[in-house]
Design a protein around this ligand. Sequence first.
Ligand SMILES: [Fe+2]
Length: 400
Amino acid sequence: MAHYRRLGEVPPKRHTQHRDPDGRLYFEELMGEEGFSSDSSLLYHRGVPSAIVGSEVWELPDQSRTPNHPLKPRHLKLHDLPTGTDAVTDRRLVLGNNDVRISYVVTGTEASPYYRNAIGDECVYVESGTGVVETVFGVIGYRAGDYVIVPRATTHRWVPAEPSQLYAIEANSHIAPPKRYLSRYGQLLEHAPYCERDLYGPEQTFTQEGEDVEVLVKHRTSAGIVGTRLTYATHPFDVVGWDGCLYPYTFNIEDYMPITGKVHQPPPVHQVFEGHNFVVCNFLPRKVDYHPLSIPVPYYHSNVDSDEVMFYVGGDYEARKGSGIGLGSISLHPGGYAHGPQPSAVEASLGVEYFEESAVMVDTFAPLDLGEGGLAVEDPAYAWTWAGRGPDDPAVFSNS
Ligand SMILES: [Fe+2]
């Protein structure tokens, strides 16, 4: 995040004395990425940010992964996936590899525990619902269509105002706008489909009183992904001021301006974010190709180097007509397998001028495994919908 932001009280010079009205020093903390070599912020705490009084195991929900073997395209029906109601602890793992994990939860209206992901940034797509995310930097509101970007190690909690469907993309890295959208100094360029005005960070600091406050920390050991429950002597939300270029923010898909063309445009024009070894794209309502002989739905494509995950979040997805896919569905089209529209969708798309569809795509450069949540809601017939017949029931699909 290249944009400098300053909230609350900070001293004129960094690393100098900063005192409260009673003369007590505030405690300065640098949150900095990539050692001291990338974006950072300086936060001024009333309490000591290192003062813990307890450390216990936090048992994470099932993180097991099953390889996609034998290789198949998959259809996972997230709206059929029952979850607990906590935005953090009740996420069910749908897909994952060593770079990124995708999980899903339908919240209630209770606040989540205080939480910090020490493995990487989180990009949580809000399928539905409203509420706020309280963070050590301040409070950000969320609504349907938002990507909520929470930088690694940011202490926060989710406070839904109403039940919310959350699609959590948890990286093992940072998540940022694609480099090709940025000037060499980090400003979003004219050809980018969104700009700084579309990013919403905290507007004011947010301080709370409290002692012995628990924070759940997701982190890694040689045994894999684990959780720890740290207890802090004083409330971690005690920041009276901060400044820098590292903070949480939201971006709504309504503010994404799709790029269209005379013939079909490839997915990179729909990219919104990138992490290490994966990208996030969104396919949104838009005018489509205007060549008189254009075919608006995609050509068949073999993603030689990636697995492709589509999450269908709005409208009627043209290329998947005849496949059983609907709102709340995920399709996984893995590397090693060419995919494209269901045959009936190609003819049906000719002459169409506008697609009323919304989907969030994650492309990974390493194969994705299935999480326990994904396996629980798989539609086993999907793989055979292009051919119209499969090994078990040879003539159930018409594709006409
Ligand atoms: Fe594709």
